[in-house]
Design a protein around this ligand. Structure first.
Ligand SMILES: Cc1cc2nc3c(=O)[nH]c(=O)nc-3n(C[C@H](O)[C@H](O)[C@H](O)COP(=O)(O)O)c2cc1C
Length: 327
């Protein structure tokens, strides 16, 4: 049983990765329904949160049915991180996760996210301050290192464990790699196999099929897998992997009707969550993912991403259903 303090996550948990602009409550609802064992919010700027920025505060909303769920923060200043963590504690998440992996400029250039990979003593200091400030478990998500010459994750993992983090997720790339090239899991495996490590180690990067999940589980011995991009438009990936790991069973892929129902569910929650205008607008980034690989979807996609009224969207979905289900 994989445990983060008293949180029981099952024998081999599959985690939904935190993804900005993606892993909001509507998307998480689908991932939960289809088997995600633990989920995270989008990352939240600690600065934004203490300034009470609406966007940051809204990202903190979590629901009972989502448990176990972690709220993720990033930042570069100790005092700000501590204050933000205390604010997050008031919404009672199962854990607080700190992001030291985000490579994008608006985060890393402000000294937050992956930038801390260049200053491990500071990363350790920030983390320690957060661990000491809150009662909930604190976990970390990070990368192998800053670049090829500084893949310091083995040492970093030990140091973070020593100051009290309770789980570590490692994305098998450096900051310099951004998302390019395949993730290298060798060092993730080395962290897991380090005799000094006691906390759960979750592997992340490029898991997109049940076969790969099984192979990486066996090869690297991690305690669980975190899945990001493969779940976008395909929340079924969690249960598909579970069925394969448990029984070698290859699930039949979702039918077109399943995909349409998922889109309807996602859209409905988006509208309830964000209001009609924003809900419809933000749903646009999901359509092609739900219908990836489905021939003749293109013309519907073009219409879906240009439709701004709910009646229009519903009409296109109705036509789509007619066109695909009838054949
Ligand atoms: C659109 C997008 C947004 C992301 N936002 C976050 C984030 O908010 N916090 C974080 O720790 N990682 C973020 N990531 C990184 C993912 O959590 C994950 O580490 C990465 O995508 C690799 O996993 P995958 O190959 O399963 O997608 C994001 C990735 C994507 C594609």
């Amino acid at each position: 049983m994989v445990k983060i303090r008293s949180l029981e996550l099952g024998e081999f948990p599959l985690l939904l990765a935190p993804m900005e602009d993606v892993s909001d409550p509507p998307f998480r609802a689908l991932c939960k329904k289809h088997g995600a064992d633990m989920m995270y919010t989008e990352f939240i700027s600690s600065e934004g949160l203490i300034r009470d920025a609406v966007k940051s505060v809204q990202k903190m909303d979590i629901f009972e049915y989502e448990r176990p769920i972690g709220v993720q923060i990033f930042g570069s200043e100790e005092e700000t991180m501590v204050q933000a963590a205390k604010i997050i504690e008031t919404v009672n998440p199962d854990l607080i996760d700190i992001n030291y992996g985000c490579p994008v400029k608006k985060v890393a250039c402000k000294g937050a996210g992956a930038a801390l990979l260049q200053d491990i003593p500071k990363m350790v200091r920030l983390t320690k301050a957060v661990v000491e400030a809150v009662k909930v478990p604190v976990t970390v998500k990070t990368r192998l290192g800053w670049d090829d010459s500084t893949k310091n994750i083995l040492e970093t993992a030990e140091r973070l464990q020593d100051i009290g983090i309770e789980a570590l997720t490692i994305h098998g790339r450096t900051r310099a790699q951004m998302y390019k090239g395949p993730a290298d899991w060798t060092l993730i495996g080395a962290v897991k196999n380090n005799q000094r490590m006691r906390i759960p180690i979750f592997g992340n990067g490029d898991i997109d099929t049940p076969a790969k999940a099984l192979e990486y589980k066996n090869t690297y011995g991690v305690d669980g897998l975190m899945i990001g991009r493969a779940a976008i438009g395909y929340p079924w990936v969690f249960n598909e992997i579970k069925a394969f790991l448990a029984k070698g069973h290859i699930a039949s892929p979702p039918s077109i009707e399943d995909r349409i129902l998922a889109v309807e569910e996602h859209l409905d929650f988006s509208i309830r969550w964000k209001g009609e205008k924003v809900g419809i607008a933000e749903m646009k980034r999901h359509y092609s993912n739900y219908f990836k690989g489905i021939g003749h979807f293109k013309e519907y996609r073009t219409r879906l991403v240009t439709a701004n009224e709910l009646w229009e969207v519903m009409e296109i979905i109705r036509e789509l259903r007619g066109a695909f289900i009838a054949v």
